[in-house]
Design a protein around this ligand. Structure first.
Ligand SMILES: Nc1ncnc2c1ncn2[C@@H]1O[C@H](COP(=O)(O)OP(=O)(O)OP(=O)(O)O)[C@@H](O)[C@H]1O
Ligand SMILES: [Mg+2]
Length: 274
């Protein structure tokens, strides 16, 4: 089995907060892995250490066997790790097509000279980028939005553009941070179908952080559960995770802490059982 991602004893500390503590797990190449856990359990931090936005305090991270623990974040992107963000981050002044093209600029090195003098090589790169971005918009099903500006889109459309920007460079690993947050049930179904196709048709290994538990349970073969920075379940099937009393307790504990009707946890624990 080739592991796309391997985490070995990864810990990260912010001041007095241990956001991740001795996290070890493997994601096999081609897998669609779900990561769940209550608010503040370290899910986003986990994606941030994999994409090397945060340096780990200790431990090691491997990408297809290469030790990327100390690589700069752009090198990790160039080696095929792309991501989306919990808070969508499009460039509002650019069109959808241009936003998606940014995904190619992030992964290819362009000489400043080429850009400044608009050399034939750079012009070819730009032409290819337009073609690939249009192809990706078609794949995602939003080619009709190509000329809209970032700030003219609905929340659901922004999330799709962000995914298009992350897959345009054909990454080997895609990290998704709550792609279904705030979406209607119909839009959640659409995004589920898209994630499935990215995994199955493009052969991309996907790590999906998500609070919509029904989506994770229906999409992911294996699920990891993070609680208070530690892996409660390293890799379980959807039914193993749903039936694990420790997982239920983690969500219900959070709901209790937030009081009745406050936490997302209680509803989601019910979702997980559904
Ligand atoms: N840059 C940072 N500086 C200080 N503390 C941080 C930083 N990033 C994360 N944390 C802390 O680390 C812990 C884990 O946060 P993280 O955002 O990873 O949780 P999460 O599981 O993604 O939560 P949510 O489900 O609400 O998105 C929290 O206590 C958070 O306050
Ligand atoms: Mg988060």
């Amino acid at each position: 089995m080739t592991a796309a991602l391997t985490l070995e004893g990864v810990s990260i500390q912010f001041g007095g907060i241990r956001a991740l503590e001795d996290v070890s797990c493997q994601v096999p190449a081609g897998q669609l892995r779900g990561i769940i856990g209550p608010n503040g359990s370290g899910k986003t931090t986990l994606l941030n250490v994999i994409s090397r936005i945060y340096p780990v305090t200790s431990g090691a991270i491997r990408l297809f066997g290469d030790d990327i623990t100390r690589w700069p974040n752009h090198a990790v992107a160039r080696h095929g790790v792309m991501r989306t963000y919990q808070r969508v981050a499009l460039v509002n002044q650019l069109t959808v097509l241009e936003n998606v093209m940014l995904g190619l600029h992030a992964t290819r090195r362009q000489s400043l000279l080429g850009i400044a003098f608009c050399t034939p090589g750079y012009r070819r790169f730009e032409r290819e980028s337009v073609d690939r971005a249009r192809g990706t918009l078609e794949f995602v099903g939003i080619e009709h939005l190509a000329d809209r500006r970032g700030d003219e889109l609905s929340g659901g459309q922004m999330r799709l553009v962000e995914i298009a920007r992350a897959v345009v460079s054909r990454p080997r690993v895609l990290l998704l941070d709550e792609p279904a947050a705030g979406l209607s049930l119909v839009r959640i179904d659409e995004i589920a179908d898209l994630i499935r196709r990215i995994n199955a048709e493009l052969g991309v290994t996907v790590v999906l952080v998500e609070h919509v538990l029904n989506l994770v349970m229906s999409l992911c073969e294996r699920i990891s559960v993070l609680v208070s920075g530690q892996l409660l379940v390293e890799s379980g099937s959807p039914s193993e995770v749903q039936e694990d009393p420790r997982v239920r307790e983690a969500y219900l504990g959070q709901a209790r802490a937030h009081g009745p009707g406050q936490g997302q946890g209680e509803g989601e624990a019910a979702d997980a059982r559904a």
